[in-house]
Design a protein around this ligand. Structure first.
Ligand code: URA
Length: 207
């Protein structure tokens, strides 16, 4: 299931991120803020348990999410820019990392790192990658997560391209995807158009 989270704040902030003149500090802050807003929707189906709570006046029923069952997995390196927002909302979530780079010739994912916490049947895994371009990296990361037992995976991204959405829906139709925007297409190098350029380079000023 693919969802564009349509909200004026998200559109406004994403437009500033797209601007080539926006510097790394503002870019990082905006990615953090948009992820926060996306997380509101991406966590909508997270289960709650009923708990008792003592207000200053009386005892009542309340709700708790079991954030110890949540797993956050950024795809390195651009996904790192989204981790802190999710952890602010669910501070007890575990964090894993999957390192994948794109072979510039084939655009296929090459994995160079993988460290994951224990994933249980009931875990909800939030996979983070700002750019869903060809979808190769996301499909690869989901394969790994499923091999580690993940049954409930939510991909949170900033900008998706139709090709990436199609790839994910073909290979992993059970994965829920939340994005801030669906852009037009990819260029010959696998970059999203109009996009925002290379998210990792803009976060970490490596170009
Ligand atoms: N990764 C990026 O950082 N940008 C794109 O446009 C596509 C993939």
């Amino acid at each position: 299931m693919f969802n564009v989270v349509d909200h004026p704040l998200i559109k406004h902030k994403l437009t500033i991120m797209r601007n080539k003149d926006t510097g790394p500090k503002e870019f990082r802050e905006l990615l953090r803020e948009i992820t926060f807003l996306l997380a509101y929707e991406a966590t909508r189906n997270v289960e709650t348990i009923e708990i008792d709570v003592e207000t200053p006046l009386e005892r009542t029923k309340g709700y708790a999410i079991e954030d110890k069952k949540m797993v956050v997995v950024p795809i390195l390196r651009a996904g790192l820019g989204m981790v802190d927002s999710i952890l602010e909302l669910m501070p007890n979530a575990s964090v894993g990392h999957i390192g994948v780079y794109r072979d510039p010739e084939t655009l296929r994912p090459v994995q160079y790192y993988c460290k994951l916490p224990k994933i249980e049947e009931k875990s909800v895994v939030f996979l983070l990658d700002p750019m869903l371009a060809t979808g190769f990296s996301a499909v690869h990361a989901v394969n790994i997560l499923k091999q580690h037992g993940a049954k409930n995976i939510v991909l949170v991204c900033l900008i998706a391209a139709p090709k990436g959405v199609e790839a994910l829906q073909t290979h992993h139709p059970d994965v829920h995807v939340y994005a801030a925007a669906l852009d037009r297409q990819l260029n010959d190098h696998g970059y999203i158009l109009p996009g925002l350029g290379d998210a990792g380079d803009r976060l970490y000023r490596t170009k």
